[in-house]
Structure formats: C-alpha cells, structure tokens
Design a protein around this ligand. Sequence first.
Ligand SMILES: [Fe+2]
Ligand SMILES: [Fe+2]
Length: 186
Amino acid sequence: MNEKKAFETVRHSLKPRRFEHTERVVEQATKLAEKYGGDFKKIRMAAILHDYAKYRPTEEMRQKVMKNSTLPMRLLDYGDELLHSFVGAVYVKEELDIKDEVILSAIRYHTTGRAGMTLEEKIVFLADYIEPGRTFPEAAEARKLAEDDLDLACLASLKNTIIHLSNKSLAIYPDTFEAYNDFVNK
Ligand SMILES: [Fe+2]
Ligand SMILES: [Fe+2]
C-alpha cells in the first residue's frame, strides 16, 4: 500500500477532526524521523494508519481480543482507549494486508509504549503526544525536550500520562509502567 492509498483509507474511516490529527501526527513524525533517523517510509506509514481503528465499535474490538490469540487478554481489563491501538494493528494487518512488523508495532504501542521500544515506535508514540493540536502544557514540555533528546521526551510523555491517569483514578496498562521504568533507567 502506498501513502496516497493509506491516506485515502483513513480519510474514510476517521471523522474529519481525527483525520486532521492524523495529518499532524504524520508531519510531526516526519520531523522526528529527519532528526533521529529510523525507517522513514515505515514511520510515515505507521503514523498515517495509527488511529485506523479509532471509531470501530468497542464491542467489536473486545470480541476481537477474545478471538485473536495474538492479542493480550488483559486488554479487556483496562480503558477502552487502549483497544484501538492494539486491535488497530491487527485490523491493519488483516484488512490492509500490511505485514511489516516495524509498522505494526509502531501502531500497536502508540498509546501505551512498552519496555524496549524501537526507534520507530518511539517516534510514532511521541508524535501522537506532541503534535501541534495537543495544547495541554505537558505536550509543550515534551515538545521542547524532543528538540534535543528523544528518550527524555518519551519519558516525560509517559510520566505525564501516568500522572494524568492516576489523577483521574483510571487503570494504567502495565506496558506504560514498563516503558517508564525502561526510560528512567537509561
Ligand atoms: Fe490513538
Ligand atoms: Fe492519534
């Protein structure tokens, strides 16, 4: 699948506001890839498709978790916000025939992060957090850090995500803690 086709696909599966967010994530990811490297084409493709499943019905995605042995069952115990990233990677593989694991894992971990993130995963994760449409102060802080240090910017994003979720008494997916610990030990 080429970029043009990928953009067309998400334009039809996303609401206009989410599609505009996607365009900004692609632009942001492109800038990060120019600065920090990684597989440029794959980073852009993952950024284009990262929210592919955003508007799938929650129940459909929960069913997918139950039926697909590659998806962790514990996803069902956390907020539905996580589903679109993990299940989205499966839909992208099955429906769009993208089998490249670099692309798929950058989609899968764009919300939670994980320990041992690849460069491509870090860039898509961070681009989603700092794209210019994110106007909260924590995004500005991470955006500033991203100018000099990709890992520090990822750490700040994870830290703020953990604080944000715990302030709202929401469950935190273990991968997010593991990603935080991984970066903090670097
Ligand atoms: Fe997302
Ligand atoms: Fe997103």
